[in-house]
Design a protein around this ligand. Structure first.
Ligand SMILES: NC(=O)c1ccc[n+]([C@@H]2O[C@H](COP(=O)([O-])OP(=O)(O)OC[C@H]3O[C@@H](n4cnc5c(N)ncnc54)[C@H](OP(=O)(O)O)[C@@H]3O)[C@@H](O)[C@H]2O)c1
Length: 267
């Protein structure tokens, strides 16, 4: 087991830092870090986060890149080299969902989800591993959705299963190299996620009951950073999410599918 990663004076790269959990990671790290590299596509939103944190001691860089593309991922690596940033913390947070049936999903949005949730997280980690200072930390943002198959959010839930599995494997593989890997699996959290996941035609499933699990981004991020500091490989922030994750992981798969058919009005 890893000893954990100390956040003081860290040099962090945060993907998806222009809103939601990513911006909150920047807020909570700014008083502790020496430098933060904020990555996302929207330059104006990144600059707004940078302005908000201008009173902190950390040097803040904005790196505009589309992580759903190979070029965008290469741009991040080049940006770090050009600006002489030697990171020792990578927070793979950028991610995207898509509410609705797989059959009616847009090819482009499905491909972007896979590129962003899986390929970007994997390839950015691979590209930065040899460049990370030691000790180092990698914090991957997965989801409670990683613990169960989710009809009408099928690709997203499957992509987050990948993130959790990949992170837990790396936590073991990289511990001897003094790299702590943690994975945070939030439940429903009020950010722009729902707005982006919703389809233009308004199709969606019944998501009632989620409010029982909802906690604010500040608590999700604080719990995630504590997990990284303590060397916990996987954390489910909030009591409700923590109980739900245990239930979902222990539940027989046949029962799980029956409950989901009922939820979809099929049983
Ligand atoms: N909110 C929830 O309920 C919830 C629950 C569990 C897990 N999560 C996970 O939490 C993470 C953060 O999401 P959030 O809830 O904070 O949602 P959010 O507010 O929509 O933030 C998503 C971030 O990802 C960035 N992003 C999207 N596409 C990108 C691309 N192609 N290249 C680079 N950056 C891109 C967005 O910035 P730009 O648009 O500027 O590019 C934004 O900064 C995601 O991995 C999500 O799956 C969220």
């Amino acid at each position: 087991m890893s000893k954990g990663f100390a956040l003081g004076q860290c040099h962090a790269v945060i993907t998806g830092a222009s809103s939601g959990l990513g911006a909150e990671f920047a807020r909570q790290l700014a008083p502790l870090a020496d430098s933060l590299v904020l990555v996302a596509r929207r330059a104006d939103a990144l600059e707004a986060v940078k302005r908000e944190l201008s009173a902190s001691c950390a040097k803040i860089f904005c790196c505009v890149a589309d992580l759903a593309t190979d070029e965008g991922r290469k741009e991040v690596v080049a940006f770090l080299e050009e600006n002489g940033v030697l990171p020792n913390l990578l927070i793979n947070n950028a991610g995207l969902g898509d509410y609705g049936s797989f059959a009616s999903s847009s090819t482009e949005k499905t491909r972007t989800q896979l590129e962003l949730n899986i390929t970007a997280l994997t390839m950015l980690t691979h590209a930065l591993l040899p460049k990370l200072g030691r000790p180092a930390g990698i914090l991957n943002v997965s989801s409670l959705a990683s613990t169960l198959p989710m009809p009408d959010l099928a690709v997203y839930a499957a992509s987050k299963s990948y993130v959790t599995s990949f992170s837990e494997a790396l936590a073991v593989e990289l511990a001897p190299q003094n790299i702590t890997v943690s994975c945070v699996c939030p439940g429903p959290t009020p950010t722009n996620f729902g707005k982006t996941a919703k389809r233009e035609d308004g199709t969606d499933t019944n998501r009632e009951g989620q409010s029982l699990l909802r906690i604010p981004p500040s608590q999700v991020v604080a719990r995630a950073l504590t997990a990284l500091q303590q060397g916990d490989a996987c954390v489910f922030p909030g009591l409700g999410v923590s109980i739900a994750s245990r239930l979902f992981r222990l539940m027989p798969r046949g029962l799980m599918r029956w409950l989901q058919r009922r939820r979809q009005g099929q049983a």
